[in-house]
Design a protein around this ligand. Structure first.
Ligand SMILES: [Zn+2]
Length: 238
């Protein structure tokens, strides 16, 4: 036992032995601490890689889903803009269809997912965001989450006081089960100033929702995904 040896050396006043034994203890503690630090650093790096990989995979799935959402939203805008042109009589070649009617009837719906990947939420809630060692990547993840929160707020603002046209103007819109069962009286709509005011109001809200909330959210996801690709040395075939 080292303590016993030191005690005996003290009794004998053998200072050289005392010094050597104390040195052994100090060096032992130092090596122990170093090993512990190395183990912690190694574990943290492993966790960091796991989080980055999970985040990359989750974002990849979201980006695939975004494509469908953007496509659907672009189609809704095209239909609403065509209806707008028809109502303003700046186009007499446009024919209104049940799809236009359905888009008008649903012009108050802003229901697509606006969300951060679950991994980001976990990193932020648990404070493990500090495991992301590169400052720039950590800042990008935090900024991404802040942007999503801002888009949620913007969507809430856009939705406030929105108008459900089919409820307000049931004489003009008859809703059915599915887009092909929804009917509109387009000619009467074009002459109804109150309806037109509310339609254009909904249209502008939907345009802002689509171009800012949906599209920018998608762009932010693609940007963060690119950073993660770089970090993980992943290349995707376009
Ligand atoms: Zn990737």
């Amino acid at each position: 036992m080292i303590i016993e040896r030191i005690a005996k050396a003290i009794i004998k006043q053998d200072w050289l032995v005392i010094m050597i034994e104390v040195m052994v203890v100090v060096v032992g503690i130092f090596i122990g601490l170093q090993v512990d630090d190395w183990r912690t650093a190694h574990e943290n790096k492993r966790f960091e890689n796991q989080y980055i990989t999970h985040l990359h995979d989750e974002l990849s799935l979201m980006i695939i889903r975004d494509k469908t959402v953007v496509k659907r939203s672009n189609k809704a805008i095209k239909l609403l803009e065509e209806a707008g042109l028809y109502f303003s009589q700046s186009s007499d070649t446009l024919a209104m269809t049940p799809e236009h009617c359905f888009a008008i009837a649903r012009s108050h719906i802003f229901a697509d997912a606006i969300e951060s990947p679950a991994v980001i939420k976990e990193l932020l809630v648990t404070g493990r965001i500090m495991l992301i060692s590169k400052d720039a990547l950590r800042a990008s993840i935090v900024n991404f989450d802040s942007s999503i929160e801002a888009y949620k707020q913007l969507r809430d603002d856009i939705q406030q006081d929105r108008i459900v046209l089919s409820r307000r103007h049931s004489e003009l819109i008859s809703m059915g089960f599915g887009w092909d069962k929804t009917e509109c009286n387009f000619e009467r709509m074009a002459k109804h100033r109150g309806f037109l005011n509310e339609f254009y109001d909904n249209m502008l809200r939907y345009l802002t929702y689509s171009r800012v909330v949906i599209l920018e959210q998608q762009i932010k996801r693609v940007e963060l995904h690119k950073l993660l690709d770089k970090e993980l040395n992943i290349t995707h075939s376009e």
